[in-house]
Ligand binder design. Structure first.
Ligand code: ADP
Length: 614
């Protein structure tokens, strides 16, 4: 080691924060560090295997792809060696000193917010290497890149403030990590302890693992085995290792098929939706293999995008081994594969939802956005996905979810539509005048309260041949119900409508008497081709200059005392009637969430109060 080659660097602030968290708040599960390091070694050798197909000049090309562990009880060290791609000087700095991806930041926030155990989340956020500092007071990383012009390098750190990089010599391609264990964690320098850990956590590594010269793992492709030959323990271990999932998955799909295409798939549905924690869009994590050889750990376009939360393995003997990532998306075979599997996944959800509705409901509450995205974007699975949508309605208890299928079991005989309303919250929808008439007739109204819902139901359009109808739109036909109270006569009603239309002018497209209302005097309906309040709000949020003329159809309730009184006043006191007409429209716009400018409303209100007090 010559002084001249030593470079020192300090860790990026986020890395320091992360290290502090990893070292000081992880009291349990320290042993996962080994799984993280072995998993990195294995990833690196997978990458090398890929390069073997495309690169001619690999340094140390003949080295066997194996992982070697050595323990030294006296020196209190544990060494992990791989013959993967190694790292160049630049890569050492980039990968082990800075955060190249946003994962760590999100990890730190998620840790603060969720109360989750860091061990559950560490692998999912890709901060695995730093777990080494949970047990080591000093970590040395010897590295030789696969590139012919690479250097022999040694990266050293105590995991506190920074690290140094210096030249080394005599290295073989790959990475050798030497952990100088803390006194209290010297147990990891014992062969039996390490052997036990590998058996527990890393049995599914696709490369031979040797401990002090002796082979200790079976390379096994669980997904190729028969379902009945796999134990729950094996599934669990596989999920933990291969999918970096440390919380038991919600669901699992393990199947094989020969036609129309050879498939062995083992797919897991995780327990947590990482996008909820402010993580970037999840990368696809169902890896594509051909006869146990990894083709792509994160194949884009294999499964529909909304399924990106799934984890696992798809192995197809029909896929050519040399298929490149670029041409994969165009391959008819890959498309077929994706289509067969995505159908199975949708079916799985359907089956599981039926078997345990409560469990599915809890799961759905975390993952709903994916299903909605699917309805909007995944045409091939739209029908199946529609069965999975869940929502509250005028007939569900607060917080309980229902499906379109449930809705139809409660529908009236001959009801050929599914009614819905979109708004900010259940409470707001429940008290809106639109729902009155439907409640009075015993018709169920679905409440959609998520910002994306409106778009989703509009793209869906119908469910099992029943049209989805938004009840704030004009033109919704309802039967005459046996409404209480005497109504205004036909002629008087006609006259009143004409008066209102004249008075309100351009602000309304039409005024008509209707059957919807029970307790409210009037209601504002959005014309059938008009923009709903939610859509307007979204447009306004996106474009501050967005302006449109609000035009509604006004429906009056001929049984309401205020309406009946207005018919009289129109003749006896036209001045007052005009004020009331304007105010009635504004009230209806407020209830619909469509009143943008309340200046006139306030003035008119004041005039009305003056009149009321004589
Ligand atoms: P992750 O593996 O989730 O990306 P880590 O913190 O474990 O996060 O590792 C950071 C990066 O360091 C890896 O993405 C990889 O590029 C590099 N790295 C870690 N271990 C090795 C290794 N044994 N061989 C080559 N590169 C490695």
């Amino acid at each position: 080691m010559s002084e001249a080659t030593l470079e020192t660097h300090s860790f990026q602030a986020e890395i320091k924060q992360l290290l502090d968290l990893v070292v000081h708040s992880l009291y349990t599960d320290r042993e996962i560090f080994l799984r993280e390091l072995i998993s990195n070694a294995s990833d690196s050798m997978e990458k090398l295997r890929h390069l073997q197909g495309t690169e001619k000049d690999l340094h140390d090309a003949a080295l066997p792809l194996e992982i070697h562990l050595t323990t030294d009880k006296d020196a209190k060290t544990l060494t992990i060696t791989d013959h993967g791609i190694g790292m160049t000087r630049g890569e050492l700095v980039e990968n082990l000193g800075t955060i190249a991806h946003s994962g760590t930041k999100a990890f730190l926030t998620a840790m603060k917010d969720s109360g989750n155990s860091p061990a559950n989340m560490i692998g999912q956020f890709g901060v695995g290497f730093y777990a080494a500092f949970m047990v080591a007071e000093k970590v040395e990383v010897f590295s030789r890149s696969w590139r012919e012009d690479g250097e022999d390098l040694l990266w050293t750190s105590d995991g506190v403030s920074g690290y140094s990089i210096e030249e080394a010599s005599g290295l073989q391609r790959g990475v050798k990590i030497v952990l100088h264990l803390k006194e209290e964690h010297a147990e990891y320098a014992e062969e039996s302890r390490v052997k036990h850990l590998v058996e527990r956590y890393s049995n599914f590594v696709g490369f031979p693992i040797h401990l002090n010269g002796e082979r200790i793992n079976q390379v096994e492709a669980l997904w190729l085995k028969n379902k009945s030959d796999v134990t729950e323990e094996e599934y669990k271990a596989f999920y933990e290792f291969a999918c970096h999932g440390y919380e038991a998955p919600s669901y699992r799909l393990h199947f094989s098929a020969d036609a129309p295409i050879a498939i062995n798939a083992l797919v897991f549905v995780p327990a947590e939706n990482m996008e909820r924690w402010g993580m970037n869009k999840t990368e696809p994590a169902v890896a594509l293999y051909c006869k146990k050889v990894l083709i792509d750990p994160s194949p884009k376009g294999l499964l529909p995008d909304w399924m990106r939360f799934l984890k696992g393995v798809i192995d197809s003997a029909d896929i050519p081994l040399n298929i490149s990532r670029e041409t994969m998306q165009d391959s008819a075979l890959v498309k077929k594969l994706g289509s067969v599997i995505s159908k199975r996944v949708v079916k799985l959800f359907e089956k599981e939802a039926e078997a345990d509705p409560e469990k599915f409901q809890a799961f759905y509450k975390k993952f709903d956005r994916f299903f909605k995205e699917g309805v909007a974007m995944d045409y091939a699975n739209r029908e199946g996905l529609a069965k999975l949508l869940r929502f509250e309605s005028s007939m569900t208890e607060d917080g309980k979810l229902s499906s379109f299928a449930d809705y139809l079991t409660r529908a009236k005989d001959g009801q050929d539509k599914i009614y819905y309303l979109v708004g900010a919250s259940r409470a707001q929808l429940e008290s809106s005048p639109y729902v009155e008439a439907f409640k009075a007739r015993g018709l169920e109204v679905v409440y959609f309260t998520d910002a994306v819902d409106e778009y989703v139901v509009e793209t869906l359009g119908e469910y099992e041949g029943k049209k989805l109808v938004c009840i704030s739109h004009a033109g919704v036909e309802l039967d005459d119900s046996a409404a209480e109270g005497e109504a205004l006569g036909a002629e008087e009603t006609e006259k009143l409508c004409t008066f209102l239309k004249d008075e309100l002018g351009d602000k309304v497209t039409a005024v008509a008497s209707g059957k919807r209302l029970v307790d409210s005097p009037v209601i504002a309906l959005v014309p059938q081709d008009g923009m709903t309040p939610q859509m307007r709000r979204m447009m306004k949020a996106m474009d501050e200059n967005f302006k449109d003329e609000v035009k509604v159809e006004l429906e009056i309730n001929p049984r309401h005392p205020l309406v009946k009184k207005l018919a009289e006043t129109q003749a006896s006191n036209p001045e007052l009637a005009k004020l009331v007409a304007g105010q009635l429209l504004d009230n209806a716009l407020i209830a619909a969430g469509l009143l943008d400018d309340a200046r006139d409303t306030v003035k008119r209100m004041n005039a009305l109060m003056e009149k009321a007090m004589g």
